[in-house]
Design a protein around this ligand. Structure first.
Ligand code: FES
Length: 160
């Protein structure tokens, strides 16, 4: 089973410097959290009270905005994102099995990151290449017509 990812240290000076850059904007929360995510790779939980205080908001308001957007992450993510398609076309052509095999190979569940911080596993509704179903994506590369043998080969050679 996956080991929990240790809380990473967050450079609060760096965080405050970023917040200062946005202090003159009228509605800075969204661009600010995007910038923080770009800088740290995710939005560290320690950033939420600091952001709330700087923007004169409640921490729950900041948290609410962050959790509303799927593209904002509150946990560190792996260097490579593995996305398995769960759309209808992929589902009917064996997507569930593909997901199960990827989980087994990486040793993680959906939404989790490998302890070495190399891979994060996600699912997506459709990646727009249904004709190649079932599909998975590693980074920005699409792998179509997946089957158990191809998944096995791909996962064994993923670091090459
Ligand atoms: S359903 Fe998987 S690519 Fe469209």
């Amino acid at each position: 089973m996956i080991e929990p990812i240790a809380d990473t240290e967050v450079n609060l000076d760096q965080l405050k410097k970023i917040i200062d850059e946005y202090s003159k904007q009228k509605w800075p929360l969204i661009p600010l959290v995007q910038r923080i995510q770009n800088e740290f790779g995710y939005i560290p939980p320690q950033a939420i009270p600091v952001l709330a205080q700087a923007l004169k908001l409640f921490p729950s308001q900041v948290q609410g905005v962050i959790s509303f957007y799927e593209q904002l992450y509150t946990r560190p993510r792996g260097k490579k994102i593995v996305r398995v398609c769960r759309g209808t076309a992929c589902h009917v052509r064996g997507g569930k099995t593909i997901l199960k095999l990827v989980k087994q190979n990486l040793g993680i569940e959906e939404g989790e990151t490998t302890p070495d911080m190399e891979y994060t596993l996600e699912t997506v509704a459709c990646i727009g290449v249904c004709a190649l179903a079932p599909n998975l994506v590693i980074g920005d590369r699409v792998f179509g017509n997946m089957n158990p043998k191809k998944v096995d080969h791909l996962m064994k050679n993923r670091d090459k």
